[in-house]
Design a binder for this molecule. Structure first.
Ligand code: IPE
Ligand code: IPE
Ligand code: MG
Length: 258
């Protein structure tokens, strides 16, 4: 009996979720959603588990979030998975984090293929361990013809380094005559960033209650709508993504106009 009630509740909830998804899809959804997935360590601490248990749980949430984003018709989902500053963490934690892309893609790549997801990565690849890099590069190669959701992992990504590199590249191109200094504008500057192929995020989500950017997409977020939540990343559910999008749909973006 109890099981029947549980099942009924589950089915009922998911039909509520379905309705909510259908409502959301009637209005424009953000094309590009970026998420700072924070709070894995605190999630684990609350359960007296090692921090890596939080990262593992967080990986499962990546899968579910990707699926829902795809279903909602979001075009790009950028996920901040490892910052250029995260190397400061204990080696054992960094080693574990560097194994997660292999585990994630090893398990879910067939599913991503089936769902027509295209995997991409932005960040400094050369500094990643070879096993991490191989897993990512295989996924990028295998999914390159897919034209559904772009799942863009920010891995060993740092926005200040990205901007400095763009400036260096621009100076070089000016010196060698590829670029005329006078033609440098916001549009051409953007083409030197790691996001050159992508539109700027429309919506930024950060979990875990921290209200900061932590060196994430400083240039690209100039006119992005922000949504912060206290939910820790491993506890982030479909309903939270829906809530963020509903709030986004009720915001008025002015881009400096009236
Ligand atoms: C986010 O969770 C994942 C990464 C930064 C890799 P954290 O590991 O930062 O979790 P907290 O902030 O310590 O709870
Ligand atoms: C930002 O989270 C980086 C990622 C989510 C990958 P952090 O946990 O590293 O950020 P700070 O240190 O709290 O600013
Ligand atoms: Mg954190």
């Amino acid at each position: 009996m109890l099981n029947k009630i549980k099942l009924w509740k589950k089915e009922n909830n998911s039909s509520e979720l379905r309705d909510r998804i259908e409502q959301i899809k009637k209005l424009p959804v953000p094309d590009h959603v970026a998420i700072i997935m924070d709070g894995n360590g605190r999630w684990a601490k609350k359960r007296a588990l090692p921090r890596i248990a939080g990262h593992h749980e967080g990986m499962k949430v990546v899968r579910k979030t990707t699926k829902l984003a795809n279903e909602l018709g979001i075009k790009v989902l950028t996920l901040y998975a490892f910052s250029t500053e995260n190397w400061k963490r204990p080696k054992s934690e960094v080693d574990y984090l560097m194994k997660l892309p292999e585990e994630f893609l090893g398990t879910f790549l067939p599913e991503l293929m089936k769902e027509n997801v295209q995997v991409r990565m932005m960040g400094y690849r050369e500094e990643l361990p070879i096993h991490t890099r191989r897993a990512i590069e295989k996924a990028i190669e295998d999914t390159k013809e897919n034209d559904g959701l772009i799942l863009n992992f920010a891995l060993n990504y740092g926005s200040r380094a990205e901007i400095i590199d763009a400036v260096k590249h621009i100076l070089n191109d000016c010196k060698s005559g590829i670029l005329n200094e006078k033609s440098l504008d916001e549009h051409s500057f953007s083409s030197y960033l790691m996001t050159s192929q992508l539109a700027d995020p429309d919506l930024l989500i950060r979990t875990s209650g921290e209200i900061r950017l932590s060196n994430f997409m400083l240039w690209q977020l100039a006119y992005t709508e922000f949504w912060f939540t206290d939910i820790l990343w491993p506890d982030f559910k479909g309903e939270h993504l829906l809530e963020a999008i509903e709030i986004f749909q009720n915001r008025q973006r002015r881009f400096g106009g009236i």
